[in-house]
Design a protein around this ligand. Structure first.
Ligand SMILES: [Fe+2]
Length: 395
């Protein structure tokens, strides 16, 4: 998150002697991004973060992409992804390209006997069901339903859940996922017309400092390969840090929708951006108030992007048969729009309770083996009206 934060104890001046009560030096670590050219943090460890005991055999965790891309409207039942005990094994890639990898996950258990570090990508974990605590070397963040948890690449973390019923939508990005630049002033502060501000951001608030020697397993992912590293010291041994690079969270329920007299285009819902994709939040809001307004969206041709909508809660005025956890993919190249009957039905409606997360990519997405196993195969035919179906004698 691009504003300065500090937690725990740090020396008055960087790169100077900073000693434990025993007289030993703390171990300073510069955590920089984009070489030394972008945001960074300075962390002070009880022990060097470099003491490797051994590394187990690495293994492949690349998504299993299915065949060539097909330009077809798709729909998936996200809640049909089976729950699994383990956090890492529960993560199932569904839609992927070089800019973003989207997965669904229903982990039952907290991470207690290992840690995880994504060395490739920033992670955005949207919490659809569940609550708990994200534990990191920068400190802890409590999370709950509706939180977008942002974990910059390289952060060592554990997720601890309060209960077993958890549903997560995860996006991994090789570039930082950040608030849109259009909402930032030249000093990096969120502007007055931004739908959220710094006060809505949750930052690490409590630092858990361990002083333990032993065998600490950290799964480190790099280029689709998982490396099981065993370290000598507990990775959460930081006594203090400061800087601009750290995990944070933002609740979708704190997104303040932008409304108007007539239908507002999807960019008003934009919440985050990364290279070649954006994330939008569709939140409960009052509908358009022009006397002749049509609240339902128009048909539109998204020639340049694939649109992924993940349905969280509420009714969706433009779609039929929507269920929680459902995903629709409307690929670039062919138009899509409201389902038959929903345009007339939307007229006169005063508000919507819909809650959804949209991920729009500027390059095509590819389906995985796991996506095909939860697909509703007839979705692309769902824009035919009942009358059209009758005429074609389609049951
Ligand atoms: Fe759309």
């Amino acid at each position: 998150m691009p504003y300065y934060h500090q937690l725990g104890k740090i020396p008055a001046k960087r790169h100077t002697q900073f000693r434990k009560p025993s007289g030993e030096l703390y171990s300073e670590q510069l955590f920089s991004t984009e070489g030394f050219s972008s945001i960074y943090s300075l962390l002070y460890h009880n022990y060097p973060p470099t003491s490797i005991k051994h590394v187990d055999a690495p293994y492949d965790v690349q998504p299993k992409v299915m065949g060539p891309m097909q330009m077809l409207h798709r729909s998936f039942q996200g809640f049909n992804v089976p729950a699994e005990d383990d956090f890492l094994k529960s993560r199932k890639y569904v839609l992927v390209n070089d800019d973003v990898r989207i997965s669904l996950s229903a982990p039952r258990q907290s991470m207690t006997d290992y840690f995880y570090k994504n060395g490739d990508a920033d992670e955005m974990i949207f919490v659809h069901i569940g609550s708990g605590t994200l534990k990191t070397m920068y400190g802890n963040i409590d999370f709950e339903y509706g939180d977008y948890i942002m974990i910059p690449r390289g952060t060592i973390y554990q997720v601890h859940f309060k209960e077993e019923n958890n549903r997560l939508l995860i996006a991994e990005s090789p570039t930082p996922i950040v608030p849109p630049h259009k909402y930032l002033n030249e000093m990096g502060q969120l502007l007055e017309h931004s739908p959220f501000c710094e006060r809505d951001i949750k930052v690490p608030s409590s630092l858990e400092t361990h002083d333990e020697k032993g065998d600490f397993l950290i799964y480190i992912k790099k280029k689709g390969i998982m490396y099981p590293y065993h370290y000598m010291y507990h990775p959460f041994d930081v006594v203090g840090w400061d800087g601009f690079n750290y995990p944070w969270a933002f609740s979708i329920h704190n997104f303040e929708p932008i409304t108007g007299r007539i239908h507002q285009p999807p960019p008003v819902h934009q919440t985050f951006e990364a290279r070649n994709f954006v994330v939008c939040s569709f939140c409960p809001r009052l509908f358009d108030y022009h006397p002749l307004s049509i609240p339902a969206p128009y048909n539109h041709s998204n020639v340049d992007s694939d649109e992924v909508l993940y349905y969280v809660d509420g009714d969706f005025m433009s779609r039929k048969h929507v269920t929680k956890g459902m995903i629709t993919l409307h690929p670039g190249g062919i138009p899509h729009g409201p389902h038959p009957g929903t345009v007339e039905k939307s007229i006169g409606a005063k508000e919507t309770k819909e809650l959804a997360v949209m991920i729009d990519t500027f390059h095509p997405l590819f389906l995985t083996e796991d996506a095909l196993s939860i697909e509703d195969k007839d979705y692309y035919l769902s824009w035919m009206s009942d009358r059209d179906r009758d005429e074609m004698l389609i049951p």
